[in-house]
Design a protein around this ligand. Structure first.
Ligand code: SF4
Length: 429
């Protein structure tokens, strides 16, 4: 059976759960929110907490509709991130095809005309909570408990926005209860029933989750390590937990693995972009991974291109070369004109020459991601009536965070060596 071009294996094999227990096809799909809107959702949720179990979700109206439309060869708007290569050039759908493409016949055999499937998820992206020890400027409260605490402590939460209701103490308690009871039960059942073939450990910070260490040890103990592929998206600040070493005790005992270690710049600029990063410690932990890696796909640098990160492109290229590793690159998602951390906040006449310069010295994914910026609308082009107000708001937020956090550099310092960019930044008021 031939796979329709835009059909994806994910709705038959994979399931995603956000730290607020929102369910989606995958972390890249753009779907309506259930309860609380996440950053790439297409519409707001109810603002109330009505959690959905995996059982309820897997063959829900929505999932059945997705499967029917995919099997009919439709191009789904929910999958525009893959269809239009919005975040990076190599798309998530291809990953699922590579790993699970052999199950196409099973899909056709197991799916009823209404879109229900008898297949069950074997590939998991369960984010057990938003627990994270970092406050990266590309991130936010939904994905980082440190962000959440900072927002609350500094009265920065907009309580009038229903999407923030999940941070209310009463709802927070309900979410925690659902996570501790239902979510743990779902995942633990899959582990015990040998139904975990692929895990994407993301967070929050997955290596801060005690669940990571507990479940990975259990999978190995059950003898299922040899069929497990584990991916990590981690800040790599911690590689051991209660005497268990990630490399020695976990990764050497599973079929294959990949660590995408997030780093958005080197040295103090990297530490500014990713508050919590200790650059030397990161490098040390990364090199330990390189010592046990058996192929070059296992340890990768994962770079998210930001405005301050533009000044770090050369340094990141050199670092990847020095370490002998591949670098993944994507650009920060800019869904509104106040995301001044995006290079697309720059006006076209400043952005394009800078991109050309950097792309000329880059290769692979980094070069692709840079050049893509020239085909994307800048904020001024996308939101001609709102972008100036957006930039003002975004800059005010950057300055506010600089007051709250202690870093040895500021955005002004970082942009300083680029006079045209600095002048543009200083004029935002
Ligand atoms: S096509 Fe892309 S966005 Fe859609 S489910 Fe597959 S991986 Fe997710």
């Amino acid at each position: 059976m031939q796979k329709p071009d835009n059909m994806c294996m994910a709705p038959w094999v994979h399931t995603y759960l956000s730290p607020q227990t929102e369910r989606r096809m995958c972390c890249a799909s753009r779907e309506p929110a259930q309860n609380f809107e996440q950053y790439i959702d297409t519409s707001a949720g109810t603002g109330k907490y009505i959690p959905v179990t995996l059982e309820q979700h897997w063959n829900s109206d929505h999932m059945r509709s997705v499967r029917r439309r995919m099997m009919a060869g439709e191009t789904l708007p929910e999958c525009e991130v893959c269809n239009d290569r919005l975040l990076n050039v190599s798309v998530y759908r291809d990953y699922f095809s590579q790993l699970f493409g052999g199950r196409l016949d099973q899909i056709w055999d197991s799916t009823d005309p209404d879109g229900s499937t008898h297949m069950r998820p074997v590939s998991w992206d369960y984010r057990f909570s938003n627990l994270c020890n970092f406050k990266c400027r590309t991130c936010g409260d939904m994905l980082s408990s440190s962000w959440e605490s900072e927002q609350k402590q500094n009265n920065m939460v907009d309580w009038t926005n229903p999407k923030n209701a999940w941070m209310r103490n009463d709802i927070r308690a309900e979410i925690s209860h659902f996570q501790d009871s239902q979510i743990e039960a779902e995942f633990s059942e899959a582990v015990e029933q040998h139904r975990v073939e692929e895990i994407y450990w993301v967070g929050g910070e997955p290596l801060m989750y005690e669940q990571h260490w507990r479940y990975m040890q259990r999978i190995i103990e059950l003898g299922d390590g040899e069929k497990l592929y584990a991916r990590y998206n981690t800040n790599l600040s911690r590689i051991a937990y209660s005497g268990v070493d990630l490399y020695r005790d976990i990764l050497t005992n599973i079929r294959d693995w990949q660590i995408c270690a997030s780093l958005d710049g080197t040295g103090v600029t990297g530490e500014y972009i990713r508050t919590g990063l200790r650059y030397d410690q990161f490098l040390n932990n990364f090199k330990q991974g390189l010592n046990i890696a058996t192929n070059t796909r296992q340890m990768r640098l994962d770079f998210t291109l930001t405005l301050p990160g533009m000044t770090e492109v050369d340094a990141m290229n050199s670092l990847a070369q020095e370490l002998g590793v591949e670098m993944l690159a994507k650009v920060i998602f800019s869904f509104s004109p106040d995301i001044v951390m995006s290079p697309l906040a720059l006006p076209r006449h400043i952005l394009d020459p800078w991109v050309d310069e950097l792309a000329g010295r880059s290769a692979g994914a980094m070069r692709d991601v840079l050049l893509q910026l020239k085909n994307r609308p800048t904020f001024a082009e996308q939101w001609p009536d709102q972008y100036q107000e957006g930039l003002r708001k975004g800059k005010a937020r950057v300055l506010q965070l600089e007051q709250i956090r202690t870093h040895s550099v500021t955005m002004t310092d970082i942009l300083g060596p680029r006079p045209d960019v600095l002048e543009w930044w200083m004029k935002i008021a």
